[in-house]
Design a protein around this ligand. Structure first.
Ligand SMILES: Cc1cc2nc3c(=O)[nH]c(=O)nc-3n(C[C@H](O)[C@H](O)[C@H](O)COP(=O)(O)OP(=O)(O)OC[C@H]3O[C@@H](n4cnc5c(N)ncnc54)[C@H](O)[C@@H]3O)c2cc1C
Length: 563
C-alpha cells in the first residue's frame, strides 16, 4: 500500500497539556533564539501535534483542581489571556465517610491543600492551549491517532504512522479508505497520557522500564450534575475517604463546585484491588447513595459522564524517558503526583522541559539519546523531581490497608518521602497481580453478585453503565475492526470464568465487555467496542494481560465537553 510521508521536525503524539505545552514552549524558544541572532538561525522548524479525538480536548478528562505553577511558567499572563478557569479554590474540606455519616476532618491533609489553585475543566483548558499553539504556528491534527512508532536503524525512532481510515469490520477497505500517513520527525515526543498504546510498546521494545517498578493505576469515574440552587458554590473543594471502599481497596471521592451550579463529582478506585468482584463504576454509584452525597444531589440532574485511568505509581515507576529520536512526557511517563491527585501542572512542566531539550538538539543538530538524555537531567534539576520524590512511597503504602497507608502517607510527608521505606522500601507489584481469585474470597456461582446486591440503578441518583455511557457522548463508526484486541478469547469462557468470574464485565466502566450465550449453551465474549470511553482500564487490569487497547479510527471515542 502506498502511504504519504510528511517530513516534520518535531511530532508530539497526543494533544494533552503535556504535548501542547511542549509544542508552544518550543516555538517560543526558537523565536527567542532567532531574534537574538546568535548562532545558526533555526528556519521553518515544523512542529506537529496529532490527536486521536475529534477535536483538541474531546478526550481530555480530569478532576480537576489545578496547581497553576506549570501554567504560570508557560503563560505568565494566563489570567489576562483568558485561560478558561472555573473558579479559584475558595474552600477546602476533607470528610471521612462511614456507611451513614460524614465526619468532617478539622484539618485538611497537607497534600490536599488547594489554596491558590483553580478548579478547571481539562477539556476546556486543553482546547484553549490548542488555540495558543495554533496561533504560534504549531500544526495540530485532530482525528489523527498515532497507530505505530516508526523505527530506523538500531531502533532509532524516526516518526509515527497515523491510523488508516475507512476499514470495515472485516478489515477490508471501504469506499472512503484513506491510508494513514507516515509523519517523519527528528524527535517524536510521546504525550499520549495514561497507559499510552504506543508508549506501552515502546517501553517493552526498548526495555525502558528495566530496574523500575511496574506502573500502578487507579480509575476515576466522574459525572457532572446541574444543581437546582446554590447549595454547592463554585470554588468549594471536598475530598472524601472511606465509604464505599473497603479497607483493602485504595479509593476516595471528590466534589468540586464549578460555574453555573454545575457540580463535578467523582470517585477513584485503585486498579490494584484484591476482590475480583469490584466494579469501579458501581463503587461510584454506591458513593452517590451515601446520605450526605444523595442529599447534595437531590433535585439535580446528571448531565455528563466519563472515566479515565490515572497513573499512580510515581517516582519509582517512571520509565527511562528518552532514547534515539524520542522523549516521553506527561502521564505517559508517570509525572502525576498521586498523593495530591494532580498531574496537570507536572504534565505542563514535563512538556516545557522536553521543549528545552529538543531546542538544544535542534541547535546541535543531534537527535540521539546522547543529547536527548538531557531531558532527564532537566527533570531532576526542576521542581518536579523533589515534588515526586517526596511522595515516592505514597501509593505503595496502601498495600497494607487503608490505615497503614494513611500512616505511611503522614510519615513520608514529615520525612521527605522515606516513611518506612527508610528500612525497606515497599515494592509495588503490577495492579492486575493483586487481584485474587474468586475462591480466595469464597465466591461461587450463587454469591457472585453479592458485593453490590443492595445497589439499584434508579435513573435519578444512580445510573447503569449504558445510561452513563450515553452521557459521555461516545461515537465510534461500528463498521470498523474492534480496537480492543483480546489475544485469546478461549480463556474468557474457561479459565477466566472459573478463576475470576470474567472481571472485564466489572472493571470496564462503559459496558464494553459482556459474556453472552453463544446459542449452543456455552458462554462467549462479546466486545461492544463502540461504548469505549478510552479509559484504558481493560488493558491495565485484565488478570491475564491479554487485552490490548489500540487506537480506533481517528475521531472515534468520547466527547468530554466541560469535563
Ligand atoms: C479522574 C481524574 C482526575 C484527575 N484529577 C486531577 C486534578 O484534580 N488535578 C490535576 O492536576 N490532575 C488531575 N488528574 C491528572 C491529569 O488529568 C493528568 O495528569 C494530565 O491530564 C496529564 O496530561 P497529559 O498531557 O500527559 O495526558 P492527557 O491529558 O491524558 O492527554 C493525552 C492526549 O493524548 C491523546 N492520545 C492518546 N493516545 C494517542 C495516540 N496514540 N495518538 C493520538 N493521540 C493520542 C489523548 O486522546 C489525549 O488527548 C486527574 C486525572 C484523572 C483521570
Amino acid at each position: 500500500m502506498e502511504r504519504e510521508s510528511l517530513e516534520m521536525d518535531v511530532v508530539f503524539v497526543g494533544a494533552g497539556p503535556a504535548s501542547l505545552s511542549g509544542a508552544l514552549h518550543l516555538t517560543r524558544l526558537i523565536e527567542q533564539h532567532n531574534a537574538k541572532g546568535e548562532g545558526k538561525k533555526l528556519d521553518e522548524v515544523q512542529i506537529a501535534v496529532i490527536e486521536k479525538g475529534s477535536s483538541v480536548g474531546a478526550h481530555n478528562l480530569s478532576g480537576a483542581v489545578m496547581d497553576p505553577k506549570g501554567l504560570a511558567e508557560l503563560i505568565p499572563d494566563f489570567l489576562a489571556k483568558g485561560a478558561p478557569l472555573e473558579s479559584e479554590v475558595k474552600e477546602d474540606h476533607f470528610l471521612y465517610l462511614t456507611k451513614s455519616r460524614a465526619i468532617r476532618s478539622p484539618i485538611n491533609p497537607p497534600p490536599l491543600n488547594n489554596h491558590g489553585y483553580y478548579i478547571v475543566s481539562l477539556n476546556r483548558l486543553t482546547a484553549w492551549l490548542g488555540e495558543q499553539c495554533e496561533a504560534a504556528g504549531v500544526n495540530i491534527f485532530p482525528e489523527f491517532p498515532g497507530a505505530e512508532m516508526l523505527y530506523g536503524e538500531n531502533d532509532r525512532v524516526v516518526g509515527v504512522r497515523t491510523g488508516d481510515k475507512g476499514i470495515d469490520k472485516e478489515g477490508k477497505p471501504k469506499a472512503n479508505f484513506e491510508p494513514g500517513v507516515d509523519l517523519l520527525a527528528k524527535v517524536t515526543v510521546v504525550g499520549e497520557g495514561v497507559r499510552g498504546s504506543l508508549t506501552k510498546k515502546l517501553v517493552q521494545r526498548l526495555g525502558l522500564d528495566a530496574g523500575r517498578e511496574p506502573q500502578v493505576y487507579s480509575l476515576g469515574v466522574k459525572e457532572l450534575w446541574e444543581l437546582p440552587d446554590d447549595r454547592y458554590p463554585a470554588g468549594r473543594v471536598t475530598h472524601t475517604l472511606g465509604f464505599p471502599s473497603d479497607q483493602w481497596t485504595y479509593g476516595g471521592g471528590w466534589i468540586y463546585g464549578m460555574q453555573n451550579r454545575v457540580l463535578n463529582i467523582g470517585y477513584v478506585t485503585g486498579l490494584d484491588y484484591r476482590d475480583p468482584l469490584i466494579d469501579p463504576h458501581a463503587e461510584f454509584q454506591k458513593y452517590k447513595s451515601h446520605p450526605f452525597i444523595a442529599k447534595l444531589l437531590s433535585g439535580g440532574k446528571m448531565i455528563r459522564y466519563g472515566a479515565k485511568a490515572i497513573a499512580a505509581g510515581g517516582w519509582h515507576a517512571m520509565p527511562r524517558m528518552y532514547g534515539d529520536g524520542f522523549l516521553i512526557i506527561g502521564d505517559s511517563a508517570g509525572f502525576l503526583n498521586a498523593a495530591r491527585l494532580k498531574g496537570i501542572h507536572s504534565a505542563i512542566k514535563s512538556g516545557m522541559l522536553a521543549a528545552g531539550t529538543i531546542f538544544e538538539a535542534l541547535v546541535a543538530g543531534d537527535y540521539s539519546a546522547k543529547t536527548l538524555e538531557n531531558f532527564e537531567r532537566r527533570v531532576h534539576e526542576s521542581w518536579v523531581a523533589p515534588e515526586l520524590r517526596r511522595y515516592r512511597n505514597f501509593h505503595a503504602g496502601f498495600r497494607h490497608g487503608r490505615w497503614l497507608g494513611m500512616a505511611n502517607a503522614g510519615l513520608q510527608y514529615i520525612t521527605g518521602g522515606r516513611a518506612w521505606g527508610i528500612l525497606d522500601r515497599d515494592r509495588q507489584e503490577a495492579g492486575h497481580e493483586a487481584m485474587q481469585k474468586l475462591s480466595a474470597y469464597g465466591y461461587h456461582g450463587d454469591n457472585i453478585s453479592q458485593r453490590y446486591q443492595d445497589l439499584r440503578f434508579d435513573g435519578q441518583l444512580t445510573f447503569n453503565k449504558v445510561t452513563d455511557v450515553y452521557h459521555a457522548a461516545v461515537a465510534h463508526d461500528e463498521d470498523q475492526p474492534a480496537h480492543l484486541h483480546v489475544l485469546d478469547t478461549n480463556i474468557c469462557s474457561t479459565r477466566c470464568a472459573e478463576e475470576y468470574g470474567n472481571p472485564c464485565q466489572r472493571f470496564c466502566p462503559a459496558a464494553v465487555y459482556e459474556m453472552t450465550d453463544n446459542g449452543k449453551g456455552a458462554r462467549q465474549l462479546q466486545i461492544n467496542f463502540s461504548n469505549c470511553v478510552h479509559c484504558k482500564t481493560c488493558d491495565i487490569m485484565d488478570p491475564y494481560q491479554i487485552i490490548n487497547w489500540v487506537t480506533p479510527e481517528g475521531g472515534g471515542g468520547p466527547d468530554y465537553k466541560g469535563m
